[in-house]
Design a protein around this ligand. Structure first.
Ligand code: FNR
Length: 383
């Protein structure tokens, strides 16, 4: 595919807005209620500017970064995004393979439509992200299944106590379970590239998509009423369940969606290995601040454990600002899924290259040779 026209991650987001049916694009791009948190993720970056250093020999610079003792080519990865295979043909596999080819981390979602065992084969370094109800009888078999599939890193998302109020999904007709309405049919008919390239191709080659990774076994199809139960309340999930997972999962354990330093302290006592500071891309509690604002305080109490940031990262300079504020790594969500939707694996690889090239160039311009050299001395608050 011709990728030369894509010069930044935003170009993939714009192309996806044209390519995808309205309800799917709304699901991908949208936030929640007033979109305050979605906007805060961008606003938080805009409040910082750089004070570069000059006359630094930057010929030896590298974008490499390591996490949990593994070396990656770039300081960013791809976070979990549910239902990816509705937006891009075999979306999770595409993202997993692109991440593997480019040597960056990839996290698969609990609400993926492809079995976790298959994703582990496509990328043996992939991490598993869990959505769990507060019921040990449902937690234990799932954790065992993840271990059996060979996952070495387990991410528990903790900011989805209940489904959030995504009004844009309701307005656009995007529901779980998916309802086969005239509107759905019409939106497919008016987006034939998506309809044939993703939807019919999926049905023909793999059958009706199911949620495959909610429990120990296969989940219900996306049109099933049972989904309401499968997606049922996770509002009972609490600290003892994190302890239970810690005792059962031998690999690295992270929590995703933490914003308060006291929660970081408590999770650290339980023995987690790292934190993903995030407001879920502005998709859960509207009004939750951008994790970027909490980074310095969280890094202070994390005691050297990795503190990972996600939310609104679109440019190499955003990755660098997060590092200056103490992040050990960042993740980039929507643009990667947009790239998968519009151009498949080569598109995602192009998006990764673009972001990595931006960082490589900007390291020279800021006067540093590595991500590890970045710190608050390069930053100034401007708003
Ligand atoms: C998400 N996110 C998410 N997080 C998670 O823990 N489990 C999940 O299944 C999903 N699903 C999901 C679907 C879609 C379409 C999006 C856009 C996001 C949140 C995701 O992991 C990440 O926190 C944000 O996407 C980061 O913000 P940006 O980079 O998209 O601005």
């Amino acid at each position: 595919p011709n990728l030369r026209g894509f010069l930044s991650l935003q170009d993939f987001e714009k192309a996806a807005a044209r390519h995808l049916p309205r309800m799917l694009h709304g699901y991908l791009a949208g936030g929640v209620e007033t979109d305050w948190s979605l906007a805060d993720n961008r606003r938080a970056f805009a409040e910082w500017g750089f004070i570069p250093r000059v006359l630094v020999d930057a010929r030896a610079r590298t974008t490499a970064a390591s996490l949990f003792g593994r070396d990656y080519a770039a300081p960013f990865g791809i976070p979990p995004m549910g239902s990816s295979a509705l937006l891009a043909y075999r979306g999770d596999i595409v993202l997993a393979q692109a991440a593997r080819a480019k040597n960056i981390p990839f996290i698969m979602s609990a609400s993926s439509l492809i079995r976790l065992e298959e994703i582990a084969k496509a990328n043996p370094d992939a991490w598993y992200q869990a959505y769990l109800p507060g019921e040990p009888a449902r937690i234990e078999p799932l954790v065992d299944r993840v271990i059996a599939a060979g996952f070495k890193t387990f991410v528990l998302t903790v900011d989805v106590q209940v489904s959030s109020n995504r009004e844009n999904n309701i307005r656009n007709g995007y529901t779980i379970p998916l309802k086969p309405t005239f509107r759905l049919f019409w939106q497919g008919a008016t987006h034939p590239r998506w309809a044939f390239g993703t939807w019919f191709r999926t049905l023909r080659n793999h059958g009706m998509p199911h949620f495959e990774n909610m429990d120990a076994g296969r989940g219900p199809p996306i049109l099933s009423r049972d989904l309401e139960r499968a997606f049922g309340a996770r509002d009972g999930l609490s600290w003892p369940h994190l302890e239970l997972i810690r005792r059962r999962f031998p690999g690295k354990l992270l929590i995703k969606g933490v914003l308060h330093p006291d929660d970081v302290v408590r999770a650290k006592e339980i023995g987690v290995d790292g934190f993903m500071v995030s407001n879920h891309g502005g998709r859960q509690l509207d009004g939750a601040v951008s994790g970027l604002r909490m980074l310095p305080e969280i890094v202070k109490v994390a005691g050297g454990l990795p503190v990972i940031y996600d939310g609104g990262v679109r440019r190499g300079t955003d990755v660098m600002k997060a590092y200056c504020l103490g992040a050990s790594f960042v993740f980039v969500g929507r643009p990667m899924l947009c790239a998968a939707a519009v151009r498949g694996q080569p598109g995602v690889e192009r998006a990764i290259d673009l972001l990595q090239e931006e960082i490589h160039r900007d390291l020279a311009l800021i006067g540093a040779n590595s991500m590890q050299e970045l710190g608050p001395e390069f930053l100034m608050r401007v708003g």
